[in-house]
Design a protein around this ligand. Structure first.
Ligand SMILES: Cc1cn([C@H]2C[C@H](O)[C@@H](COP(=O)(O)OP(=O)(O)O[C@H]3O[C@@H](C)C(=O)[C@@H](O)[C@H]3O)O2)c(=O)[nH]c1=O
Length: 180
Protein backbone atom coordinates (compact mmCIF):
# COMPACT_ATOMS: atom_id res chain seq x y z
CA UNK A 1 0.00 0.00 0.00
CA UNK A 2 1.44 3.34 -1.07
CA UNK A 3 0.26 6.68 0.29
CA UNK A 4 0.39 9.92 -1.72
CA UNK A 5 -0.08 13.32 -0.05
CA UNK A 6 -2.43 15.52 -2.07
CA UNK A 7 -2.10 19.30 -2.15
CA UNK A 8 -4.77 19.39 0.59
CA UNK A 9 -3.51 18.85 4.13
CA UNK A 10 -4.63 15.52 5.71
CA UNK A 11 -6.13 14.35 2.39
CA UNK A 12 -4.37 11.33 0.90
CA UNK A 13 -4.54 8.96 -2.05
CA UNK A 14 -3.85 5.29 -1.35
CA UNK A 15 -2.52 2.94 -3.99
CA UNK A 16 -2.92 -0.66 -2.86
CA UNK A 17 -0.39 -3.34 -3.71
CA UNK A 18 -2.08 -5.71 -6.15
CA UNK A 19 -0.87 -9.32 -6.33
CA UNK A 20 -1.66 -10.77 -9.72
CA UNK A 21 -1.26 -14.39 -10.78
CA UNK A 22 -2.79 -16.81 -13.25
CA UNK A 23 -6.00 -16.93 -11.19
CA UNK A 24 -6.54 -13.20 -11.22
CA UNK A 25 -5.51 -10.76 -8.49
CA UNK A 26 -5.68 -10.11 -4.77
CA UNK A 27 -5.31 -6.91 -2.77
CA UNK A 28 -6.11 -5.67 0.71
CA UNK A 29 -8.89 -3.13 0.17
CA UNK A 30 -8.61 -1.99 3.80
CA UNK A 31 -6.17 -2.82 6.58
CA UNK A 32 -6.75 -0.73 9.72
CA UNK A 33 -3.22 -1.23 11.07
CA UNK A 34 -1.48 -0.25 7.81
CA UNK A 35 -3.94 2.57 7.08
CA UNK A 36 -3.53 4.20 10.49
CA UNK A 37 0.23 3.78 10.44
CA UNK A 38 0.39 5.52 7.03
CA UNK A 39 -1.78 8.49 7.99
CA UNK A 40 -0.35 8.68 11.51
CA UNK A 41 -3.61 8.74 13.39
CA UNK A 42 -6.48 6.53 14.35
CA UNK A 43 -9.76 6.65 12.42
CA UNK A 44 -12.73 4.65 13.66
CA UNK A 45 -14.70 3.70 10.54
CA UNK A 46 -18.18 2.59 11.59
CA UNK A 47 -20.33 2.67 8.44
CA UNK A 48 -19.79 1.25 4.94
CA UNK A 49 -21.80 2.51 1.97
CA UNK A 50 -22.32 1.42 -1.63
CA UNK A 51 -23.86 3.51 -4.41
CA UNK A 52 -24.47 2.38 -7.99
CA UNK A 53 -24.82 5.16 -10.56
CA UNK A 54 -25.27 5.72 -14.26
CA UNK A 55 -22.99 7.83 -16.44
CA UNK A 56 -23.35 11.52 -15.63
CA UNK A 57 -24.70 10.96 -12.12
CA UNK A 58 -23.19 13.72 -10.02
CA UNK A 59 -23.53 13.26 -6.26
CA UNK A 60 -22.43 16.11 -3.99
CA UNK A 61 -20.90 18.20 -2.80
CA UNK A 62 -21.79 16.82 0.62
CA UNK A 63 -20.70 16.93 4.24
CA UNK A 64 -22.27 16.41 7.64
CA UNK A 65 -22.19 19.19 10.21
CA UNK A 66 -21.06 19.40 13.82
CA UNK A 67 -20.92 16.24 15.91
CA UNK A 68 -21.92 14.16 12.86
CA UNK A 69 -18.97 15.28 10.69
CA UNK A 70 -17.57 12.37 8.71
CA UNK A 71 -14.21 11.33 7.36
CA UNK A 72 -14.51 9.00 4.37
CA UNK A 73 -12.31 6.45 2.62
CA UNK A 74 -13.72 6.16 -0.89
CA UNK A 75 -13.07 3.86 -3.85
CA UNK A 76 -14.63 2.57 -7.05
CA UNK A 77 -15.19 -1.17 -7.53
CA UNK A 78 -16.70 -0.94 -11.02
CA UNK A 79 -16.24 1.81 -13.59
CA UNK A 80 -14.61 5.24 -13.45
CA UNK A 81 -15.51 8.37 -11.52
CA UNK A 82 -14.02 11.80 -11.01
CA UNK A 83 -13.90 12.27 -7.27
CA UNK A 84 -13.71 15.73 -5.71
CA UNK A 85 -12.77 16.84 -2.20
CA UNK A 86 -13.05 20.47 -1.07
CA UNK A 87 -11.30 21.75 2.05
CA UNK A 88 -13.92 23.66 4.06
CA UNK A 89 -11.84 24.00 7.23
CA UNK A 90 -11.65 27.74 7.87
CA UNK A 91 -8.36 27.45 9.73
CA UNK A 92 -6.70 25.41 6.97
CA UNK A 93 -3.97 26.75 4.67
CA UNK A 94 -5.87 25.15 1.80
CA UNK A 95 -9.34 26.47 2.77
CA UNK A 96 -11.63 26.44 -0.32
CA UNK A 97 -9.11 24.58 -2.46
CA UNK A 98 -10.13 21.31 -4.04
CA UNK A 99 -8.68 18.25 -5.72
CA UNK A 100 -10.20 16.07 -8.42
CA UNK A 101 -8.93 12.50 -8.71
CA UNK A 102 -9.92 9.74 -11.10
CA UNK A 103 -10.88 6.62 -9.14
CA UNK A 104 -11.60 3.44 -11.02
CA UNK A 105 -11.87 -0.31 -10.70
CA UNK A 106 -8.73 -0.43 -12.87
CA UNK A 107 -6.47 1.94 -10.90
CA UNK A 108 -7.94 0.81 -7.52
CA UNK A 109 -6.98 4.14 -5.94
CA UNK A 110 -8.66 5.19 -2.72
CA UNK A 111 -9.09 8.73 -1.44
CA UNK A 112 -9.16 9.64 2.24
CA UNK A 113 -11.43 12.66 2.72
CA UNK A 114 -10.99 14.10 6.23
CA UNK A 115 -13.68 15.61 8.41
CA UNK A 116 -14.32 19.24 7.48
CA UNK A 117 -14.29 18.56 3.72
CA UNK A 118 -17.11 18.56 1.19
CA UNK A 119 -17.12 15.53 -1.10
CA UNK A 120 -18.69 14.65 -4.42
CA UNK A 121 -18.19 12.68 -7.60
CA UNK A 122 -19.38 12.31 -11.15
CA UNK A 123 -19.58 9.03 -13.06
CA UNK A 124 -17.50 9.07 -16.25
CA UNK A 125 -18.08 5.45 -17.32
CA UNK A 126 -21.41 3.94 -18.46
CA UNK A 127 -22.11 2.82 -14.88
CA UNK A 128 -20.09 2.80 -11.65
CA UNK A 129 -20.11 1.22 -8.23
CA UNK A 130 -18.87 3.51 -5.47
CA UNK A 131 -17.92 2.10 -2.07
CA UNK A 132 -16.81 4.01 1.01
CA UNK A 133 -16.20 3.84 4.71
CA UNK A 134 -17.32 6.59 7.12
CA UNK A 135 -16.13 7.31 10.65
CA UNK A 136 -19.56 8.56 11.73
CA UNK A 137 -23.11 7.46 11.08
CA UNK A 138 -25.50 9.08 8.64
CA UNK A 139 -27.63 11.78 10.22
CA UNK A 140 -30.21 13.41 7.97
CA UNK A 141 -30.59 16.50 10.16
CA UNK A 142 -26.85 17.17 9.92
CA UNK A 143 -26.60 17.08 6.13
CA UNK A 144 -24.89 20.03 4.47
CA UNK A 145 -23.54 20.78 1.04
CA UNK A 146 -22.26 23.12 -1.62
CA UNK A 147 -23.57 23.38 -5.17
CA UNK A 148 -21.39 21.41 -7.60
CA UNK A 149 -21.37 24.31 -10.08
CA UNK A 150 -20.11 26.87 -7.58
CA UNK A 151 -18.52 29.78 -9.43
CA UNK A 152 -15.80 30.30 -6.84
CA UNK A 153 -14.73 26.66 -6.66
CA UNK A 154 -14.77 26.34 -10.50
CA UNK A 155 -14.55 22.55 -10.48
CA UNK A 156 -13.78 20.97 -13.85
CA UNK A 157 -15.97 17.84 -13.76
CA UNK A 158 -14.50 16.61 -17.07
CA UNK A 159 -17.92 15.84 -18.51
CA UNK A 160 -20.41 17.81 -20.60
CA UNK A 161 -22.79 19.40 -18.03
CA UNK A 162 -25.71 18.45 -20.30
CA UNK A 163 -25.07 14.85 -19.24
CA UNK A 164 -25.24 15.55 -15.51
CA UNK A 165 -27.88 13.67 -13.50
CA UNK A 166 -28.32 15.52 -10.19
CA UNK A 167 -30.78 14.85 -7.35
CA UNK A 168 -33.40 17.50 -6.58
CA UNK A 169 -31.75 17.93 -3.18
CA UNK A 170 -28.34 18.62 -4.73
CA UNK A 171 -29.70 21.07 -7.31
CA UNK A 172 -30.59 23.54 -4.58
CA UNK A 173 -27.46 23.35 -2.43
CA UNK A 174 -25.99 26.75 -1.48
CA UNK A 175 -22.96 28.41 -3.02
CA UNK A 176 -19.75 28.92 -1.06
CA UNK A 177 -20.65 32.63 -0.75
CA UNK A 178 -24.05 31.73 0.70
CA UNK A 179 -22.44 29.27 3.11
CA UNK A 180 -19.85 31.69 4.51
C1 LIG B 1 -25.65 8.98 2.63
C2 LIG B 1 -26.80 8.14 3.18
C3 LIG B 1 -28.04 8.18 2.58
N1 LIG B 1 -29.05 7.46 3.06
C4 LIG B 1 -30.37 7.51 2.39
C5 LIG B 1 -30.99 8.88 2.37
C6 LIG B 1 -31.72 8.91 1.05
O1 LIG B 1 -33.04 8.42 1.20
C7 LIG B 1 -30.96 7.95 0.17
C8 LIG B 1 -30.07 8.64 -0.85
O2 LIG B 1 -29.31 9.61 -0.16
P1 LIG B 1 -28.48 10.70 -0.93
O3 LIG B 1 -29.22 11.19 -2.10
O4 LIG B 1 -28.02 11.72 0.08
O5 LIG B 1 -27.22 9.86 -1.43
P2 LIG B 1 -25.86 10.39 -2.06
O6 LIG B 1 -26.13 11.59 -2.89
O7 LIG B 1 -25.17 9.26 -2.70
O8 LIG B 1 -25.05 10.86 -0.76
C9 LIG B 1 -23.69 10.63 -0.65
O9 LIG B 1 -22.99 11.48 -1.57
C10 LIG B 1 -21.58 11.38 -1.53
C11 LIG B 1 -21.03 12.39 -2.49
C12 LIG B 1 -21.02 11.47 -0.17
O10 LIG B 1 -19.97 12.05 0.08
C13 LIG B 1 -21.75 10.72 0.89
O11 LIG B 1 -21.29 11.07 2.18
C14 LIG B 1 -23.24 10.91 0.79
O12 LIG B 1 -23.58 12.24 1.16
O13 LIG B 1 -30.17 7.14 1.04
C15 LIG B 1 -28.89 6.63 4.15
O14 LIG B 1 -29.83 5.95 4.60
N2 LIG B 1 -27.66 6.56 4.74
C16 LIG B 1 -26.61 7.28 4.29
O15 LIG B 1 -25.46 7.19 4.86
Amino acid sequence: MNIVQTKLKDCYIFEPTVFGDNRGYFFESYNKVKFESLIGKSVNFIQDNEAFSNKGALRGLHFQKGEFAQAKLVRVTHGLVLDVAVDLRKDSETFLQHIAVELSSDNKKQLFVPRGFAHGYVVLSDTAMFNYKCDNVYNKASEGGVIYSDQDLKIDWKLNPELFIVSEKDKILPTIKELY
